[in-house]
Write a protein that binds this ligand. Sequence first.
Ligand code: PMP
Length: 404
Amino acid sequence: MTQSFPPRPAFASWLSTGNSITQQFMAIGGRPDVVSLAGGLPASELYPVEAIAAAQERALTRWGTQILEYGAIEGLPALRAAIAERFSAATGRRFGPENVLLTTGAMQGLDLVGKALVDPGELILSQFPTYLGALDAWRPRMPRYERLDWSLQAPGHDAALRQAKFVYAVPNYSNPTGVLVPQDERAALLDKVEAAGTWLLEDDPYLPLQFDGPAGPSILAHHGQRHPSGAYAGPVIYLGTLSKSLAPGLRVGWVVAEASLIATLALAKQSTDIASSLLTQAIALEMIESDFEAQHIPKIVETYRERRDALCAAATTHLSDWFEWEVPPGGMFVWMRAKDEAIDTDALYAHALAENVAFVPSSVFDPTGALKSAMRVNFTRSPPEVLVEGVRRLERAVRRLLAE
Ligand code: PMP
């Protein structure tokens, strides 16, 4: 085969299109004529601009040039300790700074876990449909996938668990489905993971967004309750972030895991970005220590609950002839499944754009691209009246598709 010039970047061949799907949805979200129900973005009017400015001022006074250095790969020690303390309190197990790696968002945690753990052809057992960003992060590692069955009853599931390099799960208000996994299913999965001797990657960005009562303990907390003594050692690799409780642009996230794995992930991180920004970590520390984050979350929850309800009510009026869904008890998305398999949401998408509304078709949340009959609809980015208009436009798009 002759080489084309300039040579095609290897990374581009891992993407299904020249442009990543995420980039396409971000671009559509920026068009004022389009109601975008596609993105996974928070409400920007709730970003605490003044509080972040004040926290930055305090951080620079407190740390001076120290937070303008590259800093330790693992992150600002005081923030690692604060995150560790949060997990000790929530899990009953002892977590120290050595159990925490600060990352450039939870997204980097996904990337580092792939980089550190997965060789080409290895198996990842994942909840499906699942987060597109995780699939994108792991694509260069060329893994195989099998579906995580939360009932644990699927034929061959135990064998898959034993073979898997890790299990990937988003138990709280998953992206894209909004599902909250019940506590007994979390405990049963942990049993199986412990028996199989594999890792369990628990990705928890939506933890702060609990609209209808508490989400209950994480799988990491279940593990802590079972093995309460000593420093944390176990199969759970937990990812958290400040993207939903403060602002995604801070790019502050964390991995919590046993210390030896944190050391491995830190090595992987060094060759990625040397270290995450200490400046934003120091801002985050101020906002956690002053309790600002905890006080801010209820405002976000109240706004999003109202938006979820407005979207679901409009969908009942305009879309329920063709779609069904569960009202999500938290998170950012409603997962709408076509009642009739003949509704292909890839085809619907073109009509939606013609009506100036966007959503994310289900095919992108599945590594085989085969899931064509559902769509992810976001309710956090726009006020209720815009969401209602978006749903009206979606109805028109469905009618166009069916009239074809
Ligand atoms: N995991 C999931 C399931 C997500 O939906 C997202 C995006 N919100 C991330 C990880 C990445 O989050 P962050 O902004 O912390 O990188």
